[in-house]
Design a protein around this ligand. Structure first.
Ligand SMILES: Cc1cc2nc3c(=O)[nH]c(=O)nc-3n(C[C@H](O)[C@H](O)[C@H](O)COP(=O)(O)OP(=O)(O)OC[C@H]3O[C@@H](n4cnc5c(N)ncnc54)[C@H](O)[C@@H]3O)c2cc1C
Length: 514
């Protein structure tokens, strides 16, 4: 983006799963819309660090937005995964109780789920539950079985929504942080520089050029209160609630078939044990309110806690040596205890979509359409002419999932698909190049990892990282020292390695293995 001002009908702040779902839905209309995202890539906030569960919808308070959007979102996830070609599996789940008293809680959850419209809920005995899940703890007395819930790849869901929005004309300003917002009629500047903003436009001040928009949609995740408080006449406060995880090697991927929850607490749905859509096993999260918004580090105490708690569900939990990485995400918890989707107080054409904690991922397919109906209350939206909006997208090529014949065919067309770069996940050069050259393509190591899994296996990029960096640098036509793990502050190579006056400078590679 240059220094010239850019005018939009609608600017969405935040390129997480919420912002990308809204962007895709808005791309059906003849408006000029954009997404402003401070990170290098979309989906680098909470949308990258969660359980990836498509919740059945039994947990949310009946009548709440969480309940409504969960049922609608989970109900359309399978169809969306076909349209946008991202991994989703209907694996079912169980909420277990290891005490007899817990039966009453399970009955309450079942009744709540039925009120919300969740189909097929059943309370079963511990013995019956162990027939379905042989690794379940012997201590389990009762379980609520939820056959409708599923698992999804949170990265690919977000990337698919974002890519499809971009393909349909939504502009994305990445690496662009919103620093302040001037309301349409606000007087800015002092003395002789004093002027009124363009009538009807918000002036969004960023660390790059300013962006003007008639309407703002605030989908800034855990920072949603910051953005709201820039303009609204009341103040919001979102609590960042950290949840830590351990991810196990694929050899433990079939340890359970379903997602196993424990009884929920005031802080959340408790520690779960689940397979992932990519065939790993995952345990977590705990729940811990932090000061500030940036503490998505893990701690030994936190990881010990989730391992201890996971053993209540599955006592023969695989050993620590099976863990390949740990990570943490931040829930954007509102004291109102529900999603906030409304006009910000005192601001016309400023819609908050904040407090989107769990089950925000499950709700994503429904949040976009819901917000667009909200937009229509104050802005006329005209549908694009038939045939000019394409809601389908081809997912990334995954050689590992192909038959021998399919692989042979694709390699015959392009030999780079035969050059395996990431040995743990069998990811080829061709797949990495594809991830770079798509709309909103990967520019970082994490961008590759989330799109096509290069570096996400047992060795966590220990082997392939230098090769992936070389491919990124070559395809993006930059120096390899400009290739970062994720954002601009996560350099891998320190020091300038460009050839200056014919002298190659010293280089130091950070031993970053996470
Ligand atoms: C531990 C944990 C487990 C969870 N498990 C599940 C689950 O199993 N199932 C489920 O349905 N949901 C789950 N969730 C919830 C789900 O992950 C979230 O609801 C969802 O990811 C929220 O997406 P978002 O787009 O609103 O926020 P984010 O993904 O955080 O996106 C917000 C974006 O706004 C950007 N931004 C912020 N400030 C600015 C600024 N000033 N300028 C520009 N950009 C800005 C950020 O960089 C970020 O990319 C879980 C959440 C957590 C933390």
């Amino acid at each position: 983006m240059g220094t010239e001002k850019v005018n939009f009908d609608i600017a969405i702040i935040g390129g997480g799963v919420t912002g990308c779902s809204i962007a895709r839905e808005l791309s059906k209309y003849t408006i000029k819309a954009c997404v402003i995202e401070k990170n290098t890539d979309i989906g680098e906030g909470t949308s990258k660090a969660n359980s990836g569960i498509v919740h059945g919808g039994f947990d949310a308070e009946p009548g709440s937005l969480k309940a409504k959007l969960n049922i609608e979102g989970a109900g359309s996830m399978a169809a969306l995964s076909k349209e946008l070609d991202f991994p989703y599996k209907n694996n079912g789940s169980m909420v277990i109780s290891i005490t007899e008293d817990g039966l009453a809680v399970l009955e309450d959850l079942k009744a709540r789920g039925e009120k919300n419209g969740v189909a097929g809920l059943e309370i079963i005995s511990g013995n019956k539950a162990r027939v379905l899940e042989p690794n379940l703890s012997k201590a389990v007395k009762w379980a609520l079985h939820i056959p409708s819930s599923g698992i999804v790849c949170p990265f690919n869901l977000t990337v698919a929504l974002g890519e499809n929005a971009a393909e349909n004309g939504v502009e994305f300003f990445l690496n662009t942080e919103v620093l302040g917002i001037d309301k349409p009629t606000q007087t800015v500047g002092k003395d002789e520089s004093c002027h009124k903003n363009n009538a009807g436009f918000y002036e969004i001040r960023t660390d790059k050029a300013n962006i003007r928009a008639k309407m703002i949609i605030n989908a800034a995740g855990v920072y949603g209160d910051f953005i709201h408080n820039m303009v609204a006449s009341n103040k919001e406060h979102l609590i960042a609630r950290r949840g830590e995880y351990c991810l196990y090697d694929k050899k433990h991927g079939d340890f359970t078939e379903r997602t196993i929850f424990q009884l929920p607490s005031k802080l959340g749905k408790g520690v779960l044990v689940t397979p992932t859509v990519h065939g790993n096993m995952m345990i977590g999260p705990n729940a811990f309110d932090i000061d500030g918004k940036e503490g998505n580090n893990t701690s030994k105490a936190g990881l010990d806690e989730i391992m201890d708690k996971a053993r209540h569900s599955v006592e023969a939990l695989p050993p620590r040596s099976g863990i390949i990485t740990s990570f943490a995400g931040l829930r954007a918890h509102s004291e109102r205890d529900d999603f906030i989707i409304e006009n910000a107080l005192g601001c016309d054409n400023f819609i908050d979509v904040i407090g989107i904690e769990s089950p925000g991922l499950s709700c994503a397919p429904a949040i976009g359409p819901f917000v667009v109906e909200f937009v229509k209350k104050s802005m006329r939206l005209e549908e694009k002419p038939k045939g000019t909006w394409n809601g389908n997208r081809k997912g990334f090529t995954h050689m590992e999932e192909m038959t021998f014949e399919e692989r042979a065919e694709i390699i015959a067309e392009d030999g780079r698909y035969g050059n395996i770069i990431c040995r743990c996940e069998s990811v080829s050069e061709g797949e990495i190049i594809e991830a770079i050259n798509r709309p909103l393509g990967a520019t970082t190591l994490d961008g590759i990892k989330r799109r096509v899994r290069g570096g996400s296996g047992r060795c966590q990029g220990g082997f392939c990282m230098p090769k992936v960096m070389e491919i990124l640098a070559r395809e993006l036509n930059v120096d390899v020292s400009d290739i970062h793990k994720s954002g601009n502050e996560s350099q891998v190579i320190f020091g300038n390695i460009r050839d200056i006056d014919g002298v190659e400078q010293s280089r130091e590679v950070e031993n970053e293995n996470h």
